[in-house]
Design a binder for this molecule. Structure first.
Ligand code: NAP
Length: 262
């Protein structure tokens, strides 16, 4: 383990994304896992729980203890919408920079994080989607919305996903809304028409077999345009996660969206 390696703590290390992150960090140059936090496998070592990980880093059940004993420089959080804010409060108060993939973070949450971050001097990067293709899908969709303002979003995820609609769909709607100058569409009250976010109808599909997918469908006179992104497995998120770990300590305050560090 190198002296100059970035010391990484993974919160939710035993979950689907946490395990993928552990494999990626363990294999990457210039960083190492110093601790894990999860509700499962407490007291065990990450290398004994996650295949292909070499670090003998302890898994803690309490994040405050994990931070105090493993002395991380960066915490990566892939837990649940219900626990992410408490985890971030703990990490920021301990001046640990945060890379946040967990979805369900609201505008009010972001304001609170901004305040905490400036009080304690720990940067936070929140990315609803770490896959470069998804970031491009959102960028292309906001570009298309300037010319084709009628649009709906369909997001499709695996059936274990806890939140709906996805953070990616909400961010896409927000980006489209500001690109097309606040035009409202949709808003139909029928349940079959999905939910309205930033004036755009968003539809959520949950099925086994899916990972993370999204279609943004634009309609115009005699034509449609569909922009689609598919994460076919969780390795798609890892280049973005590693980039965020490398860059987060150079940021200040709260940065929302991977596109800001590309
Ligand atoms: P998951 O498999 O359910 O993993 C979550 C893990 O966190 C579980 O091991 C869970 O333990 C643990 N956990 C729950 N509360 C905790 C706490 N307070 N402290 C520490 N660990 C805790 O979920 P996932 O599929 O990995 O997804 C995790 C999050 O990432 C979700 O919000 C998902 O939407 C998001 N996500 C983001 C991206 C992105 O690119 N930003 C991509 C994919 C997924 P138990 O199982 O024992 O409860």
């Amino acid at each position: 383990m190198g002296e100059n390696n970035i010391r990484v703590l993974i919160s939710g290390v035993c979950g689907r994304m946490g395990q993928e992150t552990a494999k990626a960090v363990s294999a990457a140059e210039g960083m190492e896992i110093v601790g894990g936090c999860d509700l499962a496998h407490v007291g065990e070592f990450v290398c004994d729980v996650v295949p292909l990980v070499s670090e003998r880093a302890r898994i803690y059940g309490d994040l405050d203890e994990a931070v105090r004993l493993s002395l991380p420089e960066v915490m990566v959080d892939f837990t649940t919408p219900a626990s992410v804010m408490n985890n971030l409060r703990t990490a920021i108060k301990n001046r640990v920079a945060c890379v946040v993939g967990t979805t369900g973070i609201t505008k009010d949450n972001l304001c609170e994080l901004e305040k905490l971050s400036s009080e304690h001097g720990a940067a936070v990067l929140v990315a609803p989607n770490f896959a470069i293709g998804a970031v491009l899908m959102m960028k292309f969709a906001s570009e298309a919305a300037k010319y084709m303002p009628a649009v709906e979003i369909i997001e499709l995820h695996h059936d274990k996903k806890l939140d709906a609609p996805s953070g990616t769909a909400i961010k896409t709607a927000e980006m489209i809304s500001s690109a097309r100058g606040g035009i409202q569409s949709g808003g139909d009250l029928s349940n079959a028409r999905g939910e309205t976010h930033f004036g755009i109808q968003v539809h959520s599909v949950r099925l086994p077999g899916l990972v993370a997918h999204q279609e943004v469908i634009f309609g115009g006179q005699g034509q449609t345009l569909t922009i689609r992104h598919d994460s076919l497995d969780r390795t798609s998120f890892m280049p973005g996660v590693l980039m965020a770990i490398r860059k987060v300590r150079q940021l200040s305050g709260v940065v929302y969206g991977l596109e800001n560090i590309l």
